[in-house]
Ligand binder design. Structure first.
Ligand SMILES: Nc1ncnc2c1ncn2[C@@H]1O[C@H](COP(=O)(O)OP(=O)(O)O)[C@@H](O)[C@H]1O
Ligand SMILES: [Mg+2]
Length: 293
């Protein structure tokens, strides 16, 4: 229940904790230039969504959404609970096929290719990795959590697996904390460590596009900032779509952001404009200022 439908106010409740205000102040000091260089508008399009409408049975939860995400961009998605953010991520790598009654209309292109044209959905999901809001505990050791996908794709040599596991755990800023207990169950790690383990697991597939769904909802603010640092490094190599319940997190990380509200794409723009620049719709400014949740 924690990750989903937390209800109005989740965002504010979290922002108001003392730790988070301190962190927010720290982030102010380091300036929002941390978002990294603007992605040029002629960078290749990594993901293109055209006329996307999502429904469960007869209930439409996202209507006629169109936008593009460029290569090596961190693209934010913000919006209150139940606005359709998680459903949107599900559609991108066809996880909707695992959800009874979920219907996807419209077109999603990944590298210009319709995602429905992938005959092997697992091949698609290897290229589009997902990190869910709560660590999805596989009953496996720390090592095996990360080695699972490489093994499934044919890596069998121990030395090579060791190398992949170490590299992914390092990139997820977890290696130092777990290197002495690689054989312990992943589920015995702390919540923040498990969240980084899911990131390491996603990285083991070397995705080109990484989707993150409210990763910070179940981790403490210090871990949140560590994971944000990890994302700042990953954006050099991959495209990231970051769904976040923390508008300041979008501000820290995303060059551009989309605002979803009640199944509608209200607008897409430069993230900083949502806070201090021109907005197309006054609800966008009201939302980022916390006037409604
Ligand atoms: N498996 C499902 N079956 C039916 N309705 C669903 C399902 N998953 C989500 N919904 C509904 O879709 C709407 C959007 O949900 P979701 O995509 O989870 O939004 P968000 O991630 O922005 O909170 C909500 O009204 C939610 O109740
Ligand atoms: Mg969600």
């Amino acid at each position: 229940m924690v990750g989903e439908g937390g209800g109005a106010g989740t965002r504010q409740d979290r922002i108001l904790t003392a730790d988070e205000s301190q962190l927010a102040a720290g982030a102010q000091r380091t300036s929002f230039g941390d978002r990294g260089p603007q992605v040029s508008s002629d960078a290749p399009v990594k993901l293109s969504v055209q006329g996307l409408t999502l429904s469960y049975g007869t209930k439409t939860v996202l209507r006629d959404v169109s936008f593009e995400v460029r290569e090596k961009e961190v693209f934010g998605i913000i919006g209150p609970a139940n606005s359709g953010k998680t459903s949107f991520l599900r559609a991108l790598n066809r996880m909707n096929e695992l959800v009874p009654g979920m219907r996807v209309d419209g077109t999603i292109r990944f590298n210009g290719e319709d995602v429905n044209s992938f005959r092997n959905v697992y091949a698609l999901r290897r290229r589009i990795g997902v990190v869910f809001p709560l660590p999805v505990g596989l009953p496996l050791s720390v090592y095996d959590n990360v080695a699972l996908s490489p093994r499934l794709t044919g890596v069998t040599k121990k030395a090579q697996l060791d190398e992949i596991v170490e590299r992914c755990l390092r990139r997820a800023a977890l290696w130092d904390e777990v290197k002495d207990r690689l054989n312990a169950l992943g589920s015995l790690l702390s919540g923040g460590q498990q969240q980084r383990l899911t990131i390491a697991r996603a990285l083991s597939q070397e995705p080109e596009l990484l989707l993150l769904d409210e990763f910070s909802i179940a981790v403490d603010p210090v871990t949140t900032m560590r994971i944000e640092d990890v994302l700042k490094e990953l954006r050099e190599e991959m495209t990231i779509v970051l769904v976040t319940n923390l508008v300041q997190q979008a501000r820290r990380l995303a060059q551009r952001t989309a605002f979803f509200l009640n199944g509608e794409l209200v607008e897409v723009g430069e993230t900083e404009d949502f806070f201090t620049g021109p907005v197309l719709d006054s609800r966008t400014r009201e939302y980022v200022e916390g006037k409604f949740g």
